[in-house]
Design a protein around this ligand. Structure first.
Ligand code: FES
Ligand code: FES
Length: 159
């Protein structure tokens, strides 16, 4: 049994016939082909699969694809403007916040959501906003540094 759904992913409209057992992660990774959405734990613990669902960060492995009917989804592939990386992506590179890179797409999506809500977060807010995203390589210090640098480089809002 398949169910028809329509959703917008990174600005493109998709009309798909989905198995009710598919997660949003299964759908975007395996059926839309967005391999930047990583599968780590597949149980909501690591944050590697984080995407924005109607602007809110979610673990795509915990959302059923059928429940994304009518939604707007943004993945890491939707952040850059052509060949120009998003400021968060650039900050991660500049500050050495990437090692193996497995956590990075989900981490950056969580940061995007955090900065949308708090354009000038405190370090505690950054660490809190990233609490659901695990990184086994960096020790988090450079990630936090990168996020704070993006916040400093913008001049709107008060967090
Ligand atoms: S793969 Fe979804 S939270 Fe780990
Ligand atoms: S850079 Fe390797 S898991 Fe974060």
């Amino acid at each position: 049994m398949r169910y028809p759904i329509r959703l917008r992913v990174n600005g493109d409209l998709y009309e798909l016939s989905v198995d009710p057992r598919w997660s949003l992660l299964d759908m975007v990774r395996n059926h839309i082909g967005l391999r930047g959405v990583h599968r780590g734990c597949d149980s909501g613990d690591c944050g590697a699969c984080t995407v924005l669902l109607d602007g809110r960060p979610v673990a795509a492995c915990l959302v059923l694809a059928v429940d994304a009917d009518g939604a707007t989804v943004t993945t890491i592939e939707g952040l850059a403007q052509g060949n120009t990386p998003h400021p968060i992506q650039q900050a991660f590179v500049t500050h050495g916040a990437i090692q193996c890179g497995f956590c990075t797409p989900g981490m950056i999506m969580a940061v995007a959501a955090l900065l949308a809500e708090h354009p000038h977060p405190t370090e505690a807010q950054v660490r809190g906003g990233l609490a659901g995203n695990l990184c086994r390589c960096t020790g988090y210090a450079k990630i936090v540094e990168a996020v704070l640098s993006v916040a400093l480089s913008t001049d709107s809002g008060n967090g």
